[in-house]
Design a protein around this ligand. Structure first.
Ligand SMILES: [Fe+2]
Length: 242
């Protein structure tokens, strides 16, 4: 199953889709580019939203609106959707009440965005705490976006028990792809996310990226992350049954 691990497709909730129509257009475009399952991961900024409960309430409302409109669509024209969040890691996040409710639904996978500044000790401690004390499985969002500011710190993250997500548009970038190829050759399983926000300025490059990956590495690239795909398949089955 082709999974887009990172997207902003829910309407009205963050800087992603700004209407239900835009959400549907992005979903259709994603499906045309081969996406079968998309993780809807709106930004979770604790400073803005204040609590997990409030965020879930807003997300539920956005998803309901989208679902109502999607019922008129042919199901094979859009990918399946699992809800999650892109949680900005701040010092309080590891101790946040109900943090597990921000995981991708039906799993213990949590998409974490790291700070866009040079990382210090607290970042690694926070990740370690989330893994060992909260028993969650972090997916680090778009590691490729930290190359310029944290080049010398990336190996700390790569040595932890985390999954790494890379952005599709970075795969299409010659210089960033050189680094991504190196990670892959070092044996690191990589998850592709579009980080799509709309159909124009931050559109999905999932199809282009997938083609480039298949040309460079063949299907082995995706086989390396089959275990996580299976977890998500199970979560979809469970969601459809309920
Ligand atoms: Fe994002």
């Amino acid at each position: 199953m082709r999974v887009d691990y990172h997207s902003h497709i829910l309407p009205f909730i963050d800087d992603g889709a700004q209407s239900v129509e835009e959400s549907i257009a992005v979903l259709r475009q994603s499906r045309l580019q081969g996406v079968e399952l998309i993780l809807a991961t709106p930004h979770f900024y604790i400073e803005d939203v204040q609590s997990v409960h409030k965020f879930l309430h807003i997300r539920k409302h956005a998803y309901k609106k989208l679902q109502a409109a999607l019922s008129a669509e042919s199901p094979d024209e859009v990918p399946q959707i699992l809800l999650g969040a892109e949680v900005l890691l701040t010092p309080e996040i590891p101790y946040l009440e109900d943090l597990e409710k921000l995981c991708i639904e039906g799993t213990n996978l949590i998409l974490l965005e790291l700070p866009f500044q040079p990382w210090s000790e607290w970042v690694y401690r926070a990740l370690f705490y989330i893994i060992s004390e909260r028993n969650l499985q972090p997916i680090i969002a778009h590691l490729d976006r930290y190359i310029s500011i944290n080049k010398n710190n990336l190996h700390y993250i790569l040595s932890m028990e985390v999954y790494i997500q890379i952005n599709a548009d970075s795969i299409c970038n010659y210089f960033l792809f050189r680094q991504i190829k190196k990670w892959y050759r070092d044996g690191i399983p990589l998850l592709i996310g579009s980080d799509v926000h709309n159909c124009t300025s931050r559109q999905t490059y999932f199809g282009k990226a997938t083609k480039k990956i298949l040309r460079a590495f063949g299907p082995d690239f995706f086989q390396r992350t089959e275990n996580i795909g299976a977890i998500l398949s199970e979560a979809c089955k469970c969601k459809n049954k309920c």
